[in-house]
Design a protein around this ligand. Structure first.
Ligand code: ZN
Length: 604
């Protein structure tokens, strides 16, 4: 999306924006030395671990790891899109946002989509009062008029053109309905009715509007009134609606409680509505998907405690395990992650209606901590009485234990696991540590295929590259003062292409802040690793000191590369005749090694 707004404008916008002002207008900041501090707006805390650096124009929370630029902050805090955040900052700086090329859909403000969805939501609510079948269905499920209103539940008439007749009379309007996911384009040969081209997506369904945290409707879930299929139909992915991120009921949960402490994650719309009606107003649901890492991050920015609730059947257990696999990466001190399994054949809706709020609260209080669930499940998959079984359990546990970011929690879990398998904790640690994973590659983000394990020499070089990149991220001004090192061109080592691109970019078009540098990479896979480096510590005090550090890293890379090349050519020479080019290269390498300890750039 960033491509629609010219990069030079983003550069200028960042240069003219003061992150202290942007964040300070939303969060109470306090000066602390060179930086500013606050209680983090993205997680619940009492002592401030959220810091903003005016030098880097970057914020970072040591508690929850949130970090980014002024643009990123506006996107996160205001739940704004990239374009909306740019427009917000531009308005503040008194700049007009220029556009490249034609006005593409992605560059258009989403306002008309919000309007279309809001209108549809109102239309469905109005249609509900005219449809006794739908009202009977909802009262049959035990919902009161109050809760129906609170969740804005409506009804989509059993017609192909109810919505389109009303709001899609012009081509432009139909395009907006399409982009909002409310209508479907008809195949050309199946002409039908008065509205050529499109028909209503939702027909004869009870409609649950899905709202973002600001309360704006971004999509719908529709449920059939009878036994037809599919039972549930969601809006498709649109510019506004991303299934893997949204939580149904989150807006309502935040409305219900001033300071939300915990969330209960269930599986269905009706579960959420029913639980809210019963007074359990911290219930939310994923939208027909498993719990994703995006969900978890959103949850932990709001609350420190989450309970996942699943049906006791096999599908429920499989979904719970997937949630656990994603959740281990979010385990940190102060966070509580628990699992609640309902009796077979029951869902939260039926259960809370059958046994009442208090009994359900008791169940919640008894939900199983993540560690207990993990150990119980692993133990059930392996026979811990036998040596083989214990080995298998260790194998199963290893990838999960390693993903736990908190040392303290990992140790606790290992201690618990050791008891479960009746093994001394030290021995278990040894087994779990066997075959340690390679360091995270710099290119690409987590989830990218990992390269084969590097040799110790390469690992050292990886640190060199990483350190040089980190210095550039912290002090982009230093980059303009590093001359090009030809010898490194085309060197295909992890991180080197990124390092060279950064250097070339900063030489040609210097920037002065970390934020400005990062914004040039937004939308590219390197953005996340670069942001993490920006959030990390830097031991070099300023750009002045960074220049010689970066130079010496580059020199060492050149030296190492030349030595590698020398070794390759020498080995090859022992096996087969070298080409005349190779001979010349080998001689040059040998000469330069003889001349000094520092090897100048080897030829490509
Ligand atoms: Zn935080």
């Amino acid at each position: 999306m960033a491509g629609r707004i010219p990069q030079h404008f983003i550069d200028e916008l960042i240069a003219r924006t003061d992150i202290i002002e942007v964040i300070g207008s939303r969060v109470q900041l306090k000066r602390a030395g060179r930086e500013y501090k606050a209680c983090c707006p993205f997680h619940d805390e009492k002592t401030p671990s959220f810091t903003v650096s005016p030098d880097k124009q970057f914020y970072h929370c040591f508690g929850c790891g949130a970090h980014g630029t002024a643009l990123g902050f506006v996107m996160e805090y205001d739940h704004a899109s990239f374009v909306e955040a740019v427009e917000d900052l531009a308005a503040r700086a008194g700049l007009e946002v220029p556009r490249e090329g034609g006005a593409a859909a992605a560059a258009q403000p989403h306002d008309e989509l919000y309007v279309a969805l809001e209108r549809a939501s109102l239309f469905y609510r109005q249609s509900l009062s005219g449809e006794a079948r739908a009202r009977d269905y909802l009262s049959g499920r035990g919902l009161t008029a109050d809760i129906i209103q609170r969740f804005g539940i409506g009804y989509a008439p059993a017609r192909w053109d109810a919505l389109i007749d009303r709001y899609g009379t012009t081509e432009d309007e139909r395009q907006v309905l399409l982009r909002a996911g409310l209508v479907i384009e008809r195949q050309p040969d199946a002409e039908h009715g008065r509205s050529p081209g499109c028909y209503d997506r939702f027909r004869d369904r009870v409609m649950f509007p899905i709202r973002d945290t600001r309360g704006r409707c971004i999509g719908f879930g529709g449920r059939v009134l009878d036994g037809s299929e599919p039972k549930y139909l969601n809006s498709p992915e649109t510019e506004l609606f991303h299934k893997g991120r949204e939580l149904y009921g989150l807006h309502e949960a935040r409305q219900a409680t001033r300071s939300l402490q915990r969330l209960l994650v269930v599986e269905g719309y009706m579960d959420v509505v029913s639980l809210h009606q019963a007074g359990i107003t911290f219930a939310v649901a994923t939208l027909g998907t498993a719990t994703t890492p995006d969900h978890l991050q959103r949850i932990f920015r709001l609350v420190a405690e989450v309970i996942f609730c699943f049906d006791g059947d096999r599908a429920g257990r499989a979904a719970a395990w997937r949630a656990l696999e994603n959740a281990v990466g979010e385990v940190k001190q102060g966070r509580q992650i628990r699992f609640l399994f309902l009796p077979d054949g029951q869902d939260p809706d039926s259960l809370v209606q059958a046994e009442g709020t208090e009994a359900f609260e008791t169940r919640l209080a008894g939900a199983m901590p993540l560690s207990d669930y993990l150990i119980r499940e692993l133990a059930s998959r392996s026979d811990v009485a036998s040596v083989d079984g214990r080995a298998r359990l260790v194998e199963l546990a290893r990838p999960l234990v390693r993903r736990i970011p908190s040392d303290v929690y990992r140790e606790l879990l290992v201690a618990q696991l050791a008891t479960a398998v009746r093994m001394p904790p030290a021995r278990l640690v040894e087994l779990l540590q066997a075959d340690a994973p390679p360091p995270i590659p710099l290119r690409g983000d987590a989830g990218a295929p990992r390269p084969s394990r590097p040799t110790p020499a390469m690992a050292g070089r990886g640190n060199l590259v990483r350190q040089a990149i980190s210095l550039l991220v912290h002090y982009p001004a230093a980059g303009a003062r590093i001359p090009a090192v030809e010898a490194l061109d085309g060197l295909d080592r992890p991180g080197v292409p990124l390092l060279l691109e950064l250097l070339a970019q900063l030489r040609e078009d210097p920037v002065n802040s970390t934020a400005a540098l990062l914004e040039r990479w937004r939308g590219r896979p390197e953005y996340a690793p670069l942001s993490r480096l920006a959030a990390g510590e830097c031991l070099v005090p300023d750009a002045e000191a960074a220049v010689p550090e970066i130079r010496s890293s580059l020199e060492r890379l050149v030296t190492d590369h030349a030595l590698d090349r020398l070794q390759v050519l020498q080995e090859k020479a022992g096996l087969e005749p070298l080409s005349s080019e190779e001979k010349a290269e080998l001689q040059a390498l040998l000469r330069s090694r003889a001349q000094s300890s520092r090897v100048p750039g080897a030829k490509r």
